[in-house]
Design a protein around this ligand. Structure first.
Ligand SMILES: Nc1nc2c(ncn2[C@@H]2O[C@H](COP(=O)(O)OP(=O)(O)O)[C@@H](O)[C@H]2O)c(=O)[nH]1
Ligand SMILES: [Mg+2]
Length: 234
């Protein structure tokens, strides 16, 4: 009986995630789920990279949190559309919450949607939101044992950001070990070393995200070009 209930919870999320993905595909929006522990540097990364992304793609952000709008307030200062999703104490976002948020965004005018999940290295990884890409964030201050201790956070992701590299001289963090542990779990993920304080890795991350959004943006351009009248001289 208990097993059936759990199954239903996950099934409901899977259904909503599939609906979100289909809707995002139709709109030509690439969606990224940003995962990582509390304080790993997720919002700081967005503050640094979103202004760079705005040069080539139209970006919006969903901010997942337990109780406050503090992160959404930080993103709103960048002048991009942002919606705060409050879980009321829940330790992860789910696809239904994202579904509601999509209704509040100017989806016809977007190319890239980045979702900052609730700060937690465990639960969010179990819930598909309908995203196309997953990025995990691990700060050097959290310790080099984390890929081994929280494998789900690194296993099925497209990129891993190793953040706060400016603190490497002050914390014990065996980069080689972390690299090996991530590679053992995930041979293909892009691994990007970053420091918001130094500006390290921001161009690489921005280029990576722009490149991964390009297929949907190009498809959208083509379909719009097909539906618009051909101007003389074109
Ligand atoms: N030294 C250093 N501190 C950082 C860096 N990125 C974020 N921080 C600090 O880490 C703390 C948590 O950052 P935040 O972006 O809010 O983390 P989040 O909870 O994952 O969104 C804040 O005090 C930031 O100023 C970085 O690259 N270097
Ligand atoms: Mg945050």
């Amino acid at each position: 009986m208990k097993i059936d209930v759990l199954k239903n919870v996950f099934q409901k999320n899977e259904n909503a995630a599939a609906e979100n993905r289909a809707r995002l595909d139709e709109l030509g929006i690439t969606c990224v789920n940003l995962l990582g522990g509390a304080g790993s540097g997720k919002t700081s990364i967005l503050e640094a990279v979103v202004p760079k992304l705005c040069a080539s793609v139209r970006v919006a952000v969903l901010e997942g949190d337990l109780a406050t709008t503090k992160d959404a307030d930080r993103i709103a200062r960048l002048n991009v559309p942002v919606v705060q999703l409050l879980t009321g104490g829940g330790c992860h976002l789910n696809a239904t919450l994202v579904q509601h948020a999509l209704n509040k965004l100017p989806t016809a005018d977007l190319d890239l949607l980045i979702i900052e999940n609730v700060g937690n290295p465990i639960c969010p990884a179990n819930f598909d939101l309908g995203e196309h890409l997953r990025i995990s964030v691990l700060s050097v201050a959290e310790g080099d044992d984390k890929p081994a201790k929280y494998p789900l956070l690194f296993k099925d992701v497209d990129a891993v950001l190793i953040t706060k590299c400016d603190l490497l001289a002050h914390v014990g963090f065996d980069f080689h070990q972390v690299w090996q542990d991530i590679r053992r779990l995930n041979p293909k993920a892009e691994i990007i070393e970053t420091s918001v304080s130094w500006g390290t890795g921001m161009r690489r991350l921005s280029d990576w995200l722009t490149c991964r959004s390009a297929p949907l943006v190009e498809a959208k351009d083509e379909s719009q070009a097909g539906s618009r009248p051909v101007m003389s001289g074109e």
